[in-house]
Design a protein around this ligand. Structure first.
Ligand SMILES: [Zn+2]
Ligand SMILES: [Zn+2]
Length: 340
């Protein structure tokens, strides 16, 4: 794997940053270092093969259903068996996500904060509010709604601010959708969502039980949200649960679809905060303009997105312009239409 020179420099800086962070932790806060090490070690030795087997079984079932709906030529299975560069990104990230190694990648990209911050939030903000109700299903439902709300705003911020958009663009750089594209999220974005969601989780004192059937249903939904099936679920897709068409519009390269449909599970947040796409046009293609991630290696793409985010941060700081251009454009367009 050849890294561009600028990316190689960034990897060296990250390596040095990680070594410095861990030396500082070893000196000032050895307990935190011990916790990070312990949690990571557990994810290797207590690897949940049962969960992986369930995931693969559901995935296989969904791939089969999708192939029977879309036909062999357009289905995800074909796209994954003969992968384009876009699908190769999806496959590599899916493999990392499925492995115990994902924790190490998250730690490396965030200098340990992916593990340290949720632990600190849990330690300082933790209540026993929902756990004391002793009603795991209620706890799960409340947690699902609240975490979905946080997910909506996190996702919206990812699009709105230049610095975050460079990271989130990694997801939107997919030039085709297949059922694994949903997991193709930059590791820094993934870590930041974990940190954001850890705050309400701690404040609510929710015990996030694992309900096998609910988890499977969510997995089915997530897989189909990144499929080209033309399912919009009618009324339910508008108000109750995000449909594949609803999320496909979010991936649209067409200007009329920008700054729309940020929800993950529930579309209600988009209705409440004015980001629901009101039209009826559905895009046939997906992607972003100026897509620099369609060439080069998978790791090169991940590092490039990170480097560009760091560059955007400094540029925004100097210019004072933090809003991503495509969002500013979409908003201006909407204002023009409203004033007509
Ligand atoms: Zn997005
Ligand atoms: Zn997506």
């Amino acid at each position: 794997m050849m890294l561009q020179r600028r990316n190689a420099w960034l990897v060296i800086v990250m390596l040095l940053g990680n070594i410095t962070t861990f030396l500082l932790l070893a000196y000032f806060c050895p307990m935190a270092l011990k916790r990070i090490w312990h949690a990571q070690w557990l994810s290797f030795i207590e690897y949940d093969f049962g969960r992986l087997t369930r995931y693969l079984a559901v995935l296989l079932l969904c791939l089969t259903v999708e192939a029977s709906v879309l036909g062999w030529h357009n289905c995800s299975l074909r796209r994954l068996l003969r992968p384009s560069l876009s699908a190769r990104h999806d496959l590599v990230v899916a493999l990392i996500n499925a492995s115990g190694f994902v924790g190490v990648v998250l730690i490396f990209f965030t200098f340990g904060t992916a593990r340290l911050l949720p632990g600190a939030v849990h330690h300082f903000l933790r209540t026993e509010w929902l756990a004391s109700l002793q009603l795991p299903i209620v706890s799960y439902l409340v947690w699902s709604v609240v975490s979905d709300f946080v997910h909506y705003w996190h996702h919206r911020a990812m699009h709105t601010f230049k610095v975050f958009w460079e990271l989130h663009k990694y997801h939107h750089a997919a030039t085709e959708l297949n059922m694994l594209t949903g997991g193709r999220v930059h590791f820094v974005e993934k870590a930041s969502l974990l940190v954001c969601q850890s705050v309400p989780l701690a404040l609510l004192g929710a015990t996030v039980e694992s309900f096998v059937y609910v988890a499977a249903a969510r997995q089915v939904l997530e897989l189909f949200q990144h499929s080209m099936v033309r399912w919009d679920f009618g009324w339910a897709g508008q108000w109750l649960v995000y449909s594949p068409v609803g999320h496909r519009i979010h991936h649209s390269p067409e200007r009329q679809h920008w700054d729309c449909n940020f929800g993950n599970l529930l579309p209600i947040w988009d209705h409440m905060f004015g980001t629901w796409y009101q039209g009826t046009d559905v895009n046939e293609t997906v992607g972003v303009s100026n897509n620099y991630l369609v060439t080069g290696s998978v790791w090169g793409g991940i590092i490039t997105a990170y480097r560009r985010a760091v560059q955007e941060f400094w540029r925004s700081l100097i210019t004072g312009r933090w809003i991503a251009e495509h969002i500013a454009e979409a908003r201006a367009e909407r204002d023009r239409t409203d004033s007509r």
